[in-house]
Design a protein around this ligand. Structure first.
Ligand SMILES: NC(=O)c1ccc[n+]([C@@H]2O[C@H](COP(=O)([O-])OP(=O)(O)OC[C@H]3O[C@@H](n4cnc5c(N)ncnc54)[C@H](O)[C@@H]3O)[C@@H](O)[C@H]2O)c1
Length: 353
């Protein structure tokens, strides 16, 4: 059986590469969706052993060993950002379908290379932009046609950190706080999601202006941008780390708000944490004069939905989430935004894919 084919049961043998923080969310999603994980690996053997025990998988010593395993047809790459590039290329070379955590890599050039390889591989390559599967943000996407034409839109994220303005909020020894290894700070960790969502809703922006501010460690703690789309639509993106506490409807440390206005109404979605443990909200304010309508009553796990999409996509031979090309486009825009420190000149966006 070739690496890209499904196993007899129709569910691919899935291997998990990296057993850290995000893998716990992905494993929870796989479990909820009834998707087995066959093998795991991590350079931290204790983590690998504990994870394997939790999900009933076996351990491979290295990810190269896992990629050589004929029982494995698909891999989840949940490694530090600077390890995605090589792991993704090796996985594609080994003929495995890939689910890769965001960002795709730490540079637009590397992401372009991976995306091009993914496109010609015939394999499914899905990015870990799970907000597309969040019930609130996906409900907005599904209703955009009902308020069309869209007139304005905004994406806002406010996060309280302690200590704030001193890095992405993790212990200094972690790769998360290492701007070089992560490819950036708050803008990359969290802004990448908002850019993916913006492109999911409206396609590719053609220009951007605005500003970002960095603290002494290089973390982009305050970001304010305006994107222009080919049809003339302008969309704003604001994201800030602040000392403010008790944010949003849940009084938490995280407030994410998306608002889209159209000639025929308004759509709004809100989130109160990145893990989706606090139920998100979405509402539709139609132009017909009736009051706002809540957009969903049953709250599905974004992690289960994205894992289901990965496996269903493999069965259908197409990516049902954010593609490697989408991952490249986000990384390209991120690279351009980093040029906007303390300036507000217009940048034209020219994608190579
Ligand atoms: N989708 C989201 O909202 C979201 C949230 C958090 C993290 N992430 C992404 O998930 C990825 C992992 O982040 P995390 O927070 O889980 O980090 P983490 O540090 O908790 O986990 C990474 C794991 O990879 C292991 N590792 C490192 N190099 C390895 C190698 N060569 N072979 C095998 N294992 C190796 C580490 O020991 C660690 O256990 C990152 O790309 C991050 O950006 C996404």
């Amino acid at each position: 059986m070739s690496g890209g084919a499904l196993s007899d049961a129709g569910v691919p043998g899935i291997g998990l590469v990296g057993c850290g923080i995000i893998s716990q969310c992905l494993l929870e999603g796989a479990e909820l969706a009834g998707i087995p994980i066959r093998a795991v690996c991590d350079v931290d053997r204790g983590k690998a052993a504990r994870t394997a025990q939790r999900v009933g998988a076996y351990v491979r010593e290295t990810y190269e060993e896992l990629l050589a395993d004929p029982e494995i047809q698909a891999v989840i790459i949940a490694l530090p950002n600077d390890a995605h590039y090589l792991a993704a290329l090796k996985a594609l070379d080994a003929g495995k379908h890939v689910f890769c955590e965001k960002p795709l890599t730490t540079s637009a050039a590397q992401s372009l290379e991976v995306a091009r390889r993914a496109e010609t591989s015939g394999l499914v390559f899905q990015m870990g932009y799970m907000k597309r599967f969040n019930p609130a943000f996906s409900a907005v996407k599904q209703r955009l046609h009902q308020i069309a034409p869209v007139t304005t839109a905004s994406f806002r994220l406010t996060v309280s950190g302690d200590p704030v303005l001193e890095g992405p909020g993790r212990e200094p020894s972690s790769w998360h706080a290492d701007i070089e290894r992560a490819g950036g700070g708050f803008l990359v960790h969290s802004g990448s999601h908002l850019l993916d969502l913006m492109m999911f809703y409206f396609g590719l922006p053609e220009a951007v202006w605005g500003s970002l501010r960095r603290d002494a460690s290089g973390n982009e703690y305050a970001n304010s941008f305006m994107f222009r789309f080919p049809d003339g639509l302008h969309v704003s993106l604001q994201m800030v780390q602040t000392r403010a506490r008790g944010l949003g409807y849940a009084g938490s440390t995280w407030e994410e708000i998306v608002e889209v206005n159209g000639v025929n109404g308004r759509l709004a979605a809100q989130g109160a944490d990145w893990m989706g443990k606090v139920p998100p909200r979405a509402s539709f304010h139609p132009a017909d004069g009736e009051g706002p309508r809540e957009l969903f009553t049953f709250w599905e796990s974004q992690w289960a939905e994205e894992m289901k999409a990965f496996v269903t996509g493999i069965a259908e031979g197409r990516c049902l989430g954010s593609t490697a090309a989408d991952g490249y486009r986000v990384d390209y825009v991120l690279e351009q935004l980093k040029r906007l420190e303390n300036e507000s000149g217009l940048l034209e966006l020219r994608y190579e894919l």
